[in-house]
Design a protein around this ligand. Structure first.
Ligand code: GSH
Length: 202
């Protein structure tokens, strides 16, 4: 059976877990929770992924897959689920990339605060990461609402995971202010069972 090296708090892992549920593949992949950070990678992750990140999909008799975008595309293809629709493929991939970039900057801010010694932490660098998040959110709010409101695709799942992570780790920054359309879209999307079933804890 395939195994997903995972952690509840990871927004990249959540993309994969949500799409497994949405595409009816939940029973085909075993979720293996690992404790891993950039400074202390899990040995299980290191053995399966040379860049030591999660999610990693370990396949019996085939090479492991990473990163999240590769895994979701593979699983979409496997189930013929249509979450990367041909008719709007490049928009879907760009929107997913926007969500992933928001997650990446948000995770880096958490690492800066948690993994770096206090005297080495750099506010300008953290603010610059938040600038990327802010720019991404503005684009979602002004340019992408119509795509987000269309038939379910992988980009929508990724955006929901990014916003869920901002609520989870960066609630104090108030991403909703001035972004009512995105807030409204998220309120509806977050009611999906796959989203509720993958809420991070701790
Ligand atoms: N681009 C990667 C990013 C994955 C990622 O950054 N995962 C984090 C956990 S949320 C991780 O494994 N960090 C460990 C590290 O940076 O070494 C993807 O889409 O899968």
């Amino acid at each position: 059976m395939m195994q997903l090296l995972a952690a509840d708090a990871s927004p990249f892992v959540r993309k994969v877990r949500m799409m497994l549920i949405e595409t009816g593949q939940g029973d085909d992949v075993e979720i293996i929770n690992v404790a891993t950070t950039a400074l202390a990678p899990s040995s299980q992750v290191s053995a399966a992924n040379p860049v030591k990140k999660i999610p990693t999909l370990v396949r019996p008799d085939a090479p492991s897959l990473y990163d999240s975008r590769v895994i979701t595309r593979f699983l979409d293809d496997r189930a013929q689920a249509g979450l990367y629709p041909e008719a709007r493929l490049w928009e879907t991939l760009t929107l997913e990339a926007t969500a992933d970039a928001i997650m990446e900057a948000a995770v880096l801010i958490v690492y800066e605060a948690r993994l770096r010694p206090l005297d080495k932490q750099d506010k300008d660098w953290t603010d610059a990461q938040w600038g990327k998040i802010s720019g991404g959110l503005d684009a979602l709010n002004t340019r992408w609402i119509s795509h987000l409101s269309g038939p379910l695709d992988m980009a929508q799942i990724a955006v929901a995971c990014a916003l869920g992570y901002l609520d989870f780790r960066h609630d104090a920054r108030g991403w909703r202010a001035g972004r009512g359309a995105l807030d409204d879209w998220f309120a509806v999307f977050a009611a999906r069972e796959s989203f509720a079933a993958t809420v991070p804890v701790g």
